[in-house]
Design a protein. Structure first.
Length: 463
């Protein structure tokens, strides 16, 4: 199989770095290294092989109280090789792109495979599932920002936070980060593809008050392109405003009330759902949503779509980590689970087919309703608005959920005062079915996009 593929590729070339671009190595160089890996594996007796060759770089600047605190540069590269001797699998990696190092890495993977027990579910993906049409999803937007300019952005961000209120007394810093990378993935089924991408961010965290009444909050923005980021001043202003509004926080009594998860936190709830219906949790039987396909998992109002080919999407990709094509689909319709998140291995363990999710989910969108945050507060009437979660008390086997929290107590649909030292508790099964509204205040910061989520009832433990 590998030999058949190698007949389709060019003859060996030297790995020549390209100096007239932002990356040290061209896309052609990465693909050439991947081709050489497949050739070497075939010569070593592998029945199948896959290779991932990547390179990236970045710059991060942090300013605290107007002074530069850190300037960091990173430049990384790596080769990951997986070989198969029938159903035996070996894996090895290196950060050295030299030809001898690549050969040694392939040989190491082959050696490991020879001493590995056979696994009937191991192997490359089904060939008919591989992506053949690979569109440009507009994921690469270099930000030509030198370190001096980055420092000024960070200073502007922090200054905007301090300007909100004189009670803002300290700062944890404002940061500006630029990250760019590209890769090539190939396997012995004839698949080879790769692309460049970028991810830039601006963030700020400040502290207000003094002594025991101090409060902290932050805000940050992430985007593929500089022009899609919030301005530094906007990010800083939001961080400052969020911090000041928490001053004067009180404890509340223990009671059962509706809980509204603000949009920045609501995505974590979708994350728990994804973990519970992903292949590893399912075939290990370590999920509270076992055998839930086709069943009511959420309230009927909940609609979740996966949109892997969104232009500029933070989790967009035309193929997954195995080269399997990604497709838009309904994951949850009217609260009913329509599909799992599976790579090839987990799919075989479950007797199913890969869903193109080796490596994770792609742009999950929880459809918002007609209400903004203020409208959700009106609908809740009385309860807790959660704006911060602390610790990790989530059991994905049972669904039990218990986390420290802070936020605001709400009466008659209006915020009354900030609240702290709270624990919120429930079970994710009940919480998902108890969603009574989803906001239109959709926040995009990663692979899960959603607005604020209102739960009809949870235990709120205070005094």
């Amino acid at each position: 199989m590998i030999a058949t593929f190698m007949q389709q590729v060019a003859t060996h070339l030297l790995y020549r770095p390209v100096s007239n671009q932002r990356f040290s190595n061209s896309e052609e160089t990465l693909k050439q290294i991947a081709q050489d890996i497949l050739r070497r594996a075939s010569e070593g007796g592998a029945s199948a092989c896959e290779a991932d060759v990547s390179e990236g770089f970045g710059q991060s600047v942090t300013v605290r109280r107007g002074e530069v605190e850190t300037i960091e540069y990173n430049r990384d590269k790596g080769v990951v090789v997986t070989v198969y001797l029938g159903k035996q699998r070996g894996y090895a990696g290196t950060s050295d792109f030299s030809a001898p190092a690549v050969r040694d890495t392939v040989d190491a993977a082959l050696s490991i495979a020879r001493f590995t027990a056979a696994d009937e579910c191991a192997g490359l993906p089904d060939e008919n599932l591989l992506a053949r049409d690979i569109p440009d999803l507009n994921l690469y937007h270099p930000w030509e920002l030198n370190v001096e300019q980055a420092i000024e952005h960070a200073r502007s961000c922090e200054a905007a936070a301090f300007a909100v209120d004189k009670r803002i007394s300290n700062s944890e810093g404002a940061s500006v980060s630029i990250q760019e990378w590209h890769f090539a993935y190939a396997n012995s089924l004839g698949f080879m593809a790769g692309f460049p991408s970028s991810r830039h961010s601006i963030g700020c965290a400040v502290i207000a008050g003094k002594d025991e009444s101090m409060q902290r909050d932050d805000w940050y923005a992430v985007a593929r392109a500089q022009n899609d980021l919030e301005t530094a001043e906007s990010v800083g202003g939001k961080a400052g405003s969020r911090c000041v509004r928490r001053l004067g926080a009180r404890k509340i009594s223990t009671l059962q009330v509706p809980v509204l998860f603000e949009a920045p936190l609501a995505a974590s709830l979708i994350g728990h759902f994804v973990a519970a219906v992903s292949g590893g949790s399912l075939y290990r039987k370590s999920s509270f949503l076992l055998d839930s396909l086709g069943k009511q998992v959420f309230a009927p109002l909940v609609q979740i779509k996966e949109l892997p080919r969104l232009e500029k999407g933070l989790a967009s990709c035309a193929f997954d980590d195995e080269g399997v094509i990604t497709r838009a689909r309904e994951v949850v319709k009217d609260g009913v689970l329509q599909g799992y998140f599976l790579g090839s291995y987990s799919a075989r363990k479950l007797g199913m087919q890969s869903t193109g999710n080796a490596g994770g989910n792609h742009n999950l969108l929880l459809q918002g309703g007609e209400l903004d945050l203020a409208g959700l507060l009106k609908k809740m009437d009385r309860g807790l608005l959660v704006t911060e979660l602390l610790g990790y008390g989530v059991n994905l086997i049972t669904g039990d959920y218990s986390r420290g929290a802070a936020g605001f107590w709400v009466e008659h649909g209006e915020i009354q005062y900030p609240a702290q030292e709270i624990t919120i508790a429930g079970n994710l099964k009940d919480m998902f079915r108890g969603i009574s509204a989803v906001g239109k205040d959709i926040l995009v910061r990663g692979s899960k996009q959603c607005g604020s989520i209102l739960m009809d009832n949870m235990t709120v433990a205070g005094d």
